[in-house]
Design a protein around this ligand. Structure first.
Ligand code: SF4
Length: 695
């Protein structure tokens, strides 16, 4: 923290997975000035529109200031006793599988650690899942299948050393703006080529060397085609392939289910393949357009196959690179926030890993199988299998696919607890118990960004009312459920040390995640901890994964998987002829709890809209700014038409931010079908079908 002003506090932006460092200056009256941290390795002082407007979002209007039980104000003891009692009774009567936690990539790692320990080690079930399931679960599954662990090998510096960057299903310019700016700077400095693969023409396509507007969901066919082209061109790295299992003629045969389904011309395909194959340093960046698919895991492995076949991984300027959406989606993966993972990248299916964690926690029981993933968790709440549900810092009544059904499931659940900073969300309104949580800039902890850099979030403002940090609320409930010693944490530093020590154990079991060098940090060293990228001790090749050609499967080899293209689960038909794509806009974040407070952010795109192609608009009699009605078997929405050829004929796009609180007719996830990837459980949020008509 050297060079910071006297009262400035170094922290991390609470929005996207770039994980920009910020410096906070409190005015002593509840206000906050925010600027980019010039020393943070993610952003070197730069911020995007959302980050630079953070100071406008810290007012207390709408904040939940005290616990509420059945709609009336309560004190902490009453609320926490009730939560502990209801969870304990439910477990006694119906077993550990009858309760669930649904958490968030907004949680700090220490919060996540306590929630995960409470559910998997003490409740004894794995029914804890995170909204990161909607974001990058397919990347996790793809990495585990190929590498043996959920390792993201890339770093931001790789993007600056690459000669070709391929963005697949990623509008980086809007969703990860500071990282996109780093790419633009690299392009200027060294002429890096940029290819964007996306059915929709986005801001990321501006100035790109190539935009491949493939048909929705056909990414795996495209990368299968690339693999065949690599093979045909004799561009395989035979030496590197000695470190890989699964490359053979059968795999090539399986990959030749032609790229014609992409809808791209032969000339476009040939130009892309030639550029990719002919460029030594390639980074393929992928995001929600790849992950949010019923074939998301296969798409990821189709991309990884190409990098493994050419040895373009483990060296500077090369590699596949999954970019996470949320500020701590990576931390959540590392700490075991997914229902099918244990902490520190240990595998829940592995008996040795389970036993090691069980012993480390010295816990009364241990989950012995993966728990319910997000979509299944809410289905189980709806049909009565989950009888007590704790939802923390997320708004599933808006953001889950089939959001109306999820709203009903939450409303029908016997006992629902919501921890949040506000009571004014669609989900909070359904809670039996509301717990006021500290917000960003009011709490202490760590987050991990997309390139494995762990940074501190720090408090610059006092928590209002009686709001408390999430780790403390979770630990209180754990103690009141009877596990006093295990949850007797005094501060987040204590949790971080325990987590770091557990990672050392994971390291001895051959896992990639090892930050045990931090296990002895003093409280003051934790408070002053500077950002660092793991592996902290640079145990392997200066911290660069796979540089030695060793992976994390038992035989040390990576895996190439035969991938067959599968179309999206919903096919357009006469009744529902449009393909519905959903996503973010530049200046809003998730369900706008924070960003809607900033007038300048709200001014960018002030109301919900539907992008529709001019040919479709003409045929349906839709004029610019008309209201249009969307309808499909899941739900309905009314949006303002934006007529643009950025979307293909037959495709429409709508943003995902608006809620029952801000625009009740525009909850777009009410129309998203709850179809999921069979491996990752990630929902297909970008390829539902819908009818569209003038309203
Ligand atoms: Fe925050 Fe992401 Fe913008 Fe950086 S790029 S300031 S992390 S929203």
């Amino acid at each position: 923290m050297k060079d910071q002003g006297v009262s400035e506090i170094c922290s991390t932006c609470p929005y996207c997975g770039v994980g920009c460092g910020v410096r906070l200056l409190a005015d002593g009256q509840g206000g906050l000035t925010v600027r980019g941290d010039p020393e943070h390795p993610a952003n070197f002082g730069k911020l995007c529109s959302k980050g630079s407007a953070l100071g406008e979002t810290v007012g207390l209007e709408g904040r939940l200031l005290s616990p509420r039980v059945h709609g009336r104000e309560a004190n902490w003891d009453e609320a926490l006793d009730l939560v502990a009692q209801r969870f304990r009774e439910t477990i006694e009567q119906h077993g550990p599988e009858s309760v669930g936690f649904y958490v968030s990539g907004q949680l700090l790692t220490e919060d996540y650690y306590v929630a995960n320990k409470l559910m998997k080690g003490y409740v004894g079930a794995a029914n804890i899942d995170t909204n990161s399931r909607l974001c990058m679960a397919s990347s996790v599954a793809g990495h585990r299948r190929a590498f043996g662990t959920d390792t993201v090998p890339g770093t931001y510096e790789d993007l600056e050393e690459a000669d070709l960057i391929v963005l697949v299903g990623s509008n980086l310019a809007w969703c990860h703006p500071v990282l996109y700016q780093r790419i633009l700077a690299a392009r200027k400095a060294r002429g890096t080529k940029l290819v964007v693969i996306d059915p929709r023409r986005t801001a990321s396509c501006d100035g790109a060397d190539m935009h491949l507007a493939l048909k929705a969901g056909t990414d795996a066919a495209l990368f299968n085609g690339l693999l065949c082209a690599i093979h045909e061109a004799g561009a395989l790295d035979k030496e590197f392939l000695a470190t890989v299992q699964g490359f053979n003629e059968a795999l090539i045969a399986a990959s030749s289910d032609r790229d014609t389904v992409t809808g791209l011309s032969e000339a476009q395909l040939a130009a892309f393949y030639k550029l990719w194959i002919g460029t030594g340093k390639v980074v393929t960046v992928y995001s929600q357009g790849v992950n949010q698919s019923t074939s998301g895991s296969d798409k990821v492995n189709a991309i990884l196959n190409c990098h493994l076949a050419t040895g373009r991984i483990g060296t500077p300027g090369c590699g596949p690179f999954s970019i996470t959406g949320q500020p701590n989606a990576m931390g959540g993966r590392e700490v075991g926030g997914l229902a099918n993972m244990l902490a520190c990248h240990l595998d829940i299916e592995n008996a040795d890993h389970r036993a090691a964690v069980h012993e480390f926690w010295d816990s009364p029981r241990m989950a012995d199988a993966p728990g319910l993933k997000a979509v299944d968790l809410f289905r189980a709440a709806g049909d009565g299998r989950i009888k007590a549900l704790w939802i923390i810092h997320t708004n599933p009544a808006v953001t889950m696919p089939d959001a109306d059904a999820v709203t009903k499931a939450i409303a029908d659940c016997d006992f629902v607890v919501v921890s949040d900073i506000t009571a004014a969300t669609d989900t909070a309104r359904l809670a039996h118990v509301l717990l006021p949580a500290s917000a960003w800039a009011e709490k202490e902890g760590t987050v991990t960004n997309s390139d494995r850099t762990i940074s501190r979030q720090r408090a610059a403002l006092p928590a209002p009312g009686v709001a408390r940090p999430d780790w403390e609320i979770l630990a209180e409930v754990g103690r009141r459920m009877g596990w006093r010693e295990a949850f007797d944490y005094a501060c987040p530093a204590e949790i971080f040390r325990e987590y770091a020590a557990l990672s050392g154990l994971a390291g001895t079991l051959g896992r990639d995640f090892d930050i045990s060098a931090k296990a002895e940090l003093s409280d003051s060293a934790y408070m002053a901890m500077a950002p660092f990228r793991w592996p902290a001790s640079a145990t392997r090749n200066g911290g660069r994964f796979f540089a030695d050609g060793r992976f994390y499967h038992p035989d040390g080899k990576a895996r190439m998987l035969p991938i067959r293209y599968r179309p999206p689960a919903s096919e357009p038909c006469t009744e529902f002829p449009f393909r519905l794509n959903t996503g973010r806009i530049r200046d809003q974040w998730h369900t706008m709890t924070r960003t809607a407070r900033s007038p300048r952010l709200a001014a960018h795109l002030a109301e919900p809209f539907l992008e529709i192609h001019p040919e479709d608009a003409r045929r349906l009699g839709i004029a610019p700014a008309d209201l249009v009605r969307l309808e499909n078997p899941q739900g309905k929405a009314i949006l303002r038409a934006r007529i643009t050829d950025a979307v293909a004929p037959g495709d429409v796009f709508a943003p995902m931010h608006w809620t029952g609180e801000t625009a009740p007719s525009a909850r777009i996830d009410a129309l998203v079908a709850a179809n999921t990837d069979p491996v990752s459980g990630q929902p297909e949020s970008k390829a539902s079908t819908t009818a569209v008509a003038r309203f």
